[in-house]
Design a binder for this molecule. Structure first.
Ligand SMILES: Nc1ncnc2c1ncn2[C@@H]1O[C@H](COP(=O)(O)OP(=O)(O)OP(=O)(O)O)[C@@H](O)[C@H]1O
Ligand SMILES: [Mg+2]
Length: 311
């Protein structure tokens, strides 16, 4: 077995970490195995079923659903709890390194859990500012100082969190090559609007149909901007992000969003274009996911996108 192989490294990181750590906002690893067959070594990771799939699936419209404003805030809070746990609540610090909407999974009640710990790294020892590492992750989410220098701190995850906040606010991807050139990079596109409260409504996800509390949107943008400060030290810690998000959720008018847009009335389109309630579909989904999605085969040469090359 080639132990230096990236696929093996990711697999073993995931098994080692998720095998021992449990948290309500981290996905459960149900099982794993590695087998040698004629195709080489096949590695398997089996996760708990997350019937509402990933946040990315919802934001990209792969699942026809309306994520209400309150639900978006709740998903952000759950994900923040997950990151805060990794950064600050264990005996050692873990830097996630691949925080993005496709790695935020949603259970049957739309509770959010982080998945994919293959790229996670131990944080620096006490008194050491950063660790130096090869740059891995996903284009559009990685912090600029990490991409430029390879210096990794927990604040790199905080940057990625800021990017995801903007994706929740706008409903757009961090990088979308299908849009006109000036709109492709989300952070560049939102900048002029995000700094002017009067213009903010122009970038809020149109699928919300105006059903959000404008003051809370301003606060959320302010929080996203803090996470996206150029200087890593100026970005908040994830435990601070948790507190700020809790305050936003408690703001007047945030919870009084029309029922029609809340999770309980979520509808997904079935293959015949009919809409049915998620709960009614869950057993069907369970079967489909068991076969196609949940059992994920990580092959020996699982490629890792090197940002240096792909940017
Ligand atoms: N435990 C799960 N339950 C339900 N759906 C899942 C689960 N894990 C993954 N998925 C689905 O599979 C999709 C792809 O996830 P996967 O982690 O394989 O790729 P990715 O996040 O897009 O890329 P990367 O390999 O960089 O993490 C998710 O967007 C989600 O829809
Ligand atoms: Mg993933």
């Amino acid at each position: 077995m080639d132990y230096s192989n990236q696929g093996y490294k990711e697999w073993i990181t995931e098994v080692n970490f998720l095998g021992i750590v449990k948290h309500p906002n981290l996905v459960n690893l149900v099982g794993y195995c590695a087998e040698d067959d004629e195709r080489g070594i096949q590695r398997l990771l089996v996760y708990e079923l997350m019937p509402n799939r990933s946040l990315e699936d919802h934001l990209l419209g792969r699942i026809s659903s309306k994520l209400s404003w309150l639900l978006r805030l709740k998903i952000a809070l759950d994900a923040a709890h997950g990151l805060a746990f990794l950064h600050e609540e264990m005996d050692f610090q873990l830097i996630f390194r691949d925080f993005k909407t496709s790695n935020i999974l949603l259970d049957e009640h739309f509770n959010a859990k982080l998945s994919d710990f293959g790229l996670a790294r131990h944080g620096p020892a006490e008194g050491v500012g950063h660790i130096s590492t090869s740059v891995v992750g996903t284009v559009g989410y990685a912090a600029p100082e990490y991409v430029q220098t390879g210096k990794l701190t927990a604040k790199s995850d905080v940057w990625s969190f800021g990017v995801v906040l903007y994706e929740l606010i706008t409903g757009r991807r961090s990088l979308d090559r299908n849009l006109p050139r000036s709109e492709q990079k989300l952070l560049d596109w939102v900048k002029p609007y995000a700094t002017d409260p009067k213009k903010l409504h122009l970038v809020i996800d149109p699928r919300l149909e105006g059903q959000y509390c404008p003051k809370s949107a301003q606060k959320l943008v302010a929080l996203a901007n803090k996470c996206l400060m150029k200087q890593p030290k100026s970005r908040p810690r994830m435990s601070e992000v948790v507190v700020m998000l809790e305050h936003i959720i408690e703001m007047p008018n945030v919870k009084t969003i029309p029922k029609a847009l809340n999770a309980s009335s979520y509808a997904i389109e079935d293959d015949n274009d009919k809409t049915v309630n998620v709960k009614e579909r869950s057993s069907f989904r369970h079967r489909v996911f068991e076969l196609r999605e949940i059992i994920r085969l990580r092959k020996l040469d699982w490629p890792v996108m090197r940002l240096g090359r792909t940017l």
